[in-house]
Ligand binder design. Structure first.
Ligand code: OGA
Ligand code: MN
Length: 378
């Protein structure tokens, strides 16, 4: 993993203009931003902050926070593909770059399979969505030669849900829509949560987002989980994005920061219920290149009980081709407190009151349907 960005409470606010809320204003600004321009001068770069030891213009905003070094053994960190916690920094975690491939491959090849749920299920049969990877890999290989070919199924994949499957319409999780959470991702999440002081974190639900360069993720708060005292973990891979972290209310202007490949964002405590959004995925500066941390081949030696596995040359090629114009984000959530159960179904009367505010899914600039927050397919 590359770096870790821990979102810790303190948010710098800018004055909001009357009329449009401050968050929306910056969302539009970054959505339209030109990647090579001075537009991006105010975006916090945790990797630059690390190299400059926090003396750059970003330094005032970047806060170091303590990690619980003794909570995760060096061996368990290594099993999850992470460096010893003593080497992590609250905003910067220098890692073993090769292991990022494991998670990218899982997102594309394994987690996209049944029984997990994805956006394609709405319009396609189980048979048609079976093994998106096998169906798409030749397409992706051809991508280099023929740019005008139809999009493969993998390229149409927008989201996958794991564990307690998030219901985009009701904005709820429920006891009767659950499939086993992938054990490797649960293990990774437990190590990261423990290092941040959350021993006993349980990975119960996951939302995986697959961004193209024109995708955005609208302004939202993740409040559907029933226990907000547990952190929300977010892992980013592939192309970099601008992440906007706002306040409890939309009229507070957000802080912009880069999310690079390998970054882990931990939203906990005060930050757990803050507004946030992704207005922009940035094309790589080297044309259709990959972030350099993904160009490194896999390390040869893995622990015997490692949960990350080597990635074959063939799989690696498919992932590379996909990631050149994509970003993958995995969020992991604990839904229930220990011993907590889902509440019984609300009465019809209460159902009518359910707010329409809440989590929204990816939006593509070029998608035919300009989706509203309530329409989770396409
Ligand atoms: C989410 C989310 C942010 C990202 O899935 O809830 O906020 O960086 N993702 O993609
Ligand atoms: Mn979110």
């Amino acid at each position: 993993m590359g770096k870790m960005a821990a979102a810790v409470g303190s948010v710098v606010t800018l004055a909001a203009e009357p009329g449009e809320d401050a968050f929306r204003k910056l969302f539009r600004f970054y959505r339209q931003s030109r990647p090579d321009s001075s537009d991006l001068g105010a975006v916090i770069d945790f990797s630059a902050a690390r190299e400059a030891r926090g003396t750059g213009p970003d330094a005032r905003k970047v806060i170091r926070s303590q990690l619980s070094v003794s909570s995760v053994s060096d061996h368990d960190a290594h099993r999850a593909g992470l460096q010893p916690v003593s080497k992590w920094q609250a905003y910067g975690l220098q890692g073993y770059p090769g292991y990022q491939w494991h998670w990218v491959k899982q997102c594309l090849k394994l987690y996209s399979q049944k029984p997990n749920v994805c956006n394609l299920d709405k319009h396609m049969t189980k048979e048609e969505t079976q093994d998106l990877w096998e169906q798409s890999k030749e397409f992706l290989r051809l991508k280099e030669v023929n740019k005008r070919r139809p999009r493969s199924l993998l390229e149409k994949l927008r989201w996958v849900t794991l564990g307690y499957h998030y219901n985009w319409d009701s904005k709820k999780y429920s006891a009767d829509h659950y499939t086993p959470f992938p054990s490797d991702l649960a293990f990774l999440s437990e190590q990261v949560a423990a290092a941040c002081g959350f021993q006993g974190f349980r990975a119960e639900a996951g939302i995986l987002n697959y961004y193209r360069l024109d995708s955005t993720l609208g302004i939202h708060v993740d409040r559907s989980e029933l226990d907000h005292s547990k952190p929300l973990l977010s892992f980013s891979f592939g192309q970099s994005a601008i992440f906007l972290l706002g306040g409890l209310k939309r009229d507070e202007a957000p802080t912009a920061m880069f999310m690079h490949s390998g970054d882990i964002m931990v939203m906990s405590g005060f930050s757990r219920l803050l507004n946030h959004a992704v207005p922009r995925v940035l094309p790589s500066s080297q044309g259709e290149g990959l972030p350099c941390c993904l160009e490194t081949p896999l390390p040869a030696v893995l622990p015997r009980d490692s949960v990350v596995e080597p990635c074959s040359e063939e799989d690696w090629q498919v992932c590379t081709s996909y990631l050149k114009t994509a970003r993958v984000n995995m969020t992991v959530r604990q839904v229930l407190a220990i011993d907590q159960d889902f509440p019984s179904e609300p009465t019809e009367e209460k159902k009518r009151d359910i707010t329409t505010e809440g989590f929204c899914h990816l939006d593509d600039e070029n998608s035919q349907v300009k989706r509203a927050k309530l329409n989770p397919d396409s």
